[in-house]
Design a protein around this ligand. Structure first.
Ligand SMILES: Nc1ncnc2c1ncn2[C@@H]1O[C@H](COP(=O)(O)OP(=O)(O)O)[C@@H](O)[C@H]1O
Ligand SMILES: [Mg+2]
Length: 239
């Protein structure tokens, strides 16, 4: 059984159809990539799945339950968690406290929440910043903190929206490696990414969106050879 099933997802904002009849499934433990030009509807697709935006049409089934119309908090409580393109930690708080706030939603006792937060911080290799204020982290550290806050919620499915954006190439490789490790540990991931090397290194299946619709869906190496995908997104230079 697939972990996530989206059927005919559509979102209209007044005159504009941001997501237009998109259907997809994500299997348990799969790494599923989403690409497409700016404005293609990728972030809106994630907002629909995560319960931040209500679909105009369509259904979302997660782990066997119809979650269409559920609030983002309720969706997160059953294990469907997203990160944001914009990083928003509490800047004056330490890295540990920021992660502990998230893990407190899973662990009632303060000490357990803290212990869990520490384990997650270690998992994303932020140990040396554990007691530093979040505002003091470099960009790469903020990205890891964002990931840690999401992981602290113990997601079954993690939605990552451009986690590599803003990183210089030398910072990207270790982040890609971390994502690969999390996936190898059994995490199911859907990620939106512009950097094709990362998309091809990580994705097991790939959805290409354009103007709200599915342009292609399937094996990443096949999909990126697709004529329509090259024309609408990748460009002739890529081919
Ligand atoms: N809350 C909103 N209200 C109105 N239009 C929106 C809203 N969110 C996104 N859009 C529009 O929907 C389209 C898709 O946006 P988005 O999902 O952010 O694309 P992507 O993430 O692929 O760049 C864009 O034209 C964008 O301007
Ligand atoms: Mg976006």
């Amino acid at each position: 059984m697939s972990l996530l099933q989206a059927e005919g997802l559509t979102k209209k904002f007044s005159g504009l159809t941001a997501v237009d009849d998109v259907s997809l499934t994500v299997a348990d433990k799969e790494f599923f990539g989403v690409v497409g030009p700016n404005g293609a509807g990728k972030t809106t697709l994630f907002s629909l799945i995560a319960g931040e935006v209500t679909p105009t049409h369509g259904r979302i089934i997660f782990d066997g339950t119809d979650i269409t119309g559920w609030s983002a908090d309720k969706v997160a409580s059953v294990g469907l968690v997203r990160t944001f393109q914009l990083m928003r930690p509490f800047e004056s708080m330490t890295v540990l406290d920021n992660v502990a706030i998230a893990s407190h939603q899973r662990f009632r006792s303060r000490s357990e929440a803290r212990r869990h937060a520490l384990a997650v911080i270690e998992r994303v290799q932020l140990e040396r910043y554990v007691n530093a204020p979040s505002a003091s982290l470099p960009t790469a550290g903020l990205k890891r903190l964002e990931l840690a806050r999401a992981l602290a919620l113990e997601p079954k499915l993690l939605l990552l929206d451009e986690v590599l954006a803003g990183l210089v190439p030398t910072e990207r490789a270790p982040m890609i490696e971390l994502l690969r490790e999390l996936h190898a540990d059994g995490l199911t991931v859907m990620f939106i990414e512009h950097i094709m090397a990362a998309v091809l290194a990580l994705s097991e299946r790939l959805l290409v969106m354009h103007e709200g619709v599915e342009l292609a869906l399937g094996d990443p190496h096949k999909v990126t050879q697709d004529r329509a995908v090259v024309e609408a997104y990748l460009g002739e230079d890529y081919a």
